[in-house]
Design a protein around this ligand. Structure first.
Ligand SMILES: CSC[C@H]1O[C@H](OP(=O)(O)O)[C@H](O)[C@@H]1O
Length: 348
């Protein structure tokens, strides 16, 4: 697959994790996460509508990965419209609306708008350089967070993680999963637990796939087992990612995170959120203003192996929730370990 990237690409280095999103200057290549772990199928995208569909339909997902994908989508759009500013800006508006909760999407589009310049023809060279900078910054941020988060954890018996926060969700080794894999490889954690994360099963499908690739033994559990796991003293940390962090440290993350935070506080388990500064939203005063994405009911039926709704049933499928900052023991970014009371109002 290295032929996809320019030979001198810094992204291929093993310490940068598995590159599930790659741009060869014209075509965006992505590993279709809807097919994992059964099938490793790569998509080749060279038009903006396909990039938007990939984000919307979770072929690519994970807050930082969504931001990086959007950045390359901006480059693809520029070529698609012959560098014309008007149609390019129209495409950016649609791209930004692909998914509402992860702030990394709008953050990346804002950076690309600045890179495009003010002329009637957008600056293609600057756009591509900015997209690659966003990708490279995320790789470096992942490395810094793996170190900082690992130091904070030290040595422990068990860690529980939620959803998927590894190379499939980022440009590098991952956020929370980068911390966990590094701790496991350093021999500082005895047992890793990943809950399946319904309804899309990012945990049992994607995190299990990544941990297996990394040679890290893990146990998958249903979310409903998390309370018993903590009551049994099996884990000392819950380590998760984030999609948007408000100025006061309230965290929007995969649905079920809030429940884990309440359980962790009740059982004396520490809660760590790992996210790059591109996930911080200093303009958002607290979590109450964060838009929570609602997805189709068929995702719930599919997780139950059903092809249609059971008779007489509707569904409620918010795919994120908000965890109050006071339930989070530390938030790790590439700048280091932050502790409550959080104040990210001056971030970025
Ligand atoms: C490294 S951030 C990953 C973050 O994104 C996931 O959501 P989704 O799979 O719907 O994109 C989840 O909230 C993870 O914590």
């Amino acid at each position: 697959m290295s032929s996809i990237l320019p030979i001198d690409s810094p992204f291929e280095a093993p310490e940068n994790g598995f590159q599930a999103i790659r741009f060869d200057g014209r075509v965006f290549h992505l590993l279709d996460q809807r097919e994992l772990p059964a099938r490793e199928r790569w998509l080749q995208l060279d038009d903006l509508d396909s990039v938007i569909a990939a984000i919307r339909d979770l072929a690519v997902r994970g807050a930082p990965a969504i931001g990086i994908t959007a950045a390359y989508g901006a480059v693809i759009r520029a070529r698609e419209v012959g560098l014309e500013r008007g149609p390019w800006l129209e495409g950016m508006a649609r791209l930004e609306a692909a998914r509402p909760t992860a702030v990394n999407l709008s953050w990346a589009v804002a950076r690309m708008r600045r890179a495009a310049g003010e002329a009637e023809r957008v600056d293609l060279a600057r756009l591509e350089a900015e997209a690659r900078a966003i990708h490279a910054e995320d790789i470096a941020a992942n490395q810094a967070m793996a170190r900082a988060g690992g130091s904070e954890i030290g040595a422990c018996r068990g860690i529980l993680t939620h959803c998927n926060t590894g190379s499939l969700a980022t440009g590098g080794v991952g956020t929370a999963l980068g911390v966990i894999i590094q701790a496991a490889k350093d021999g500082r954690v005895e047992r890793v637990f990943a809950d399946e994360t319904r309804p899309w099963l990012q945990g049992s499908r994607l995190t299990a796939w990544e941990l297996a690739r990394a040679g890290v033994e893990a146990r998958v559990l249903v979310e409903g087992a998390a309370a018993a796991l903590m009551a049994a003293g099996e884990v000392q940390w819950v380590v998760v990612g984030a999609d948007r962090i408000a100025a006061n440290g309230d965290v929007a993350n995969k649905i079920g995170t809030y429940a884990l935070a309440v359980l962790a506080r009740h059982h004396g388990v520490k809660m760590m959120v790992v996210a790059p500064s591109s996930t911080l939203d200093p303009a958002m005063e607290n979590g109450q203003g964060i838009e929570i994405e609602q997805r189709a009911a068929d995702e719930i039926w599919a997780a139950a192996g059903l092809t249609e709704a059971p008779a007489g049933f509707a569904a409620w499928n918010p795919v994120f929730d908000v965890t109050p900052g006071e339930l989070i023991d530390c938030i790790v970014t590439e700048q280091g370990v932050h502790r409550p009371p959080y104040d990210f109002s001056g971030a970025r």
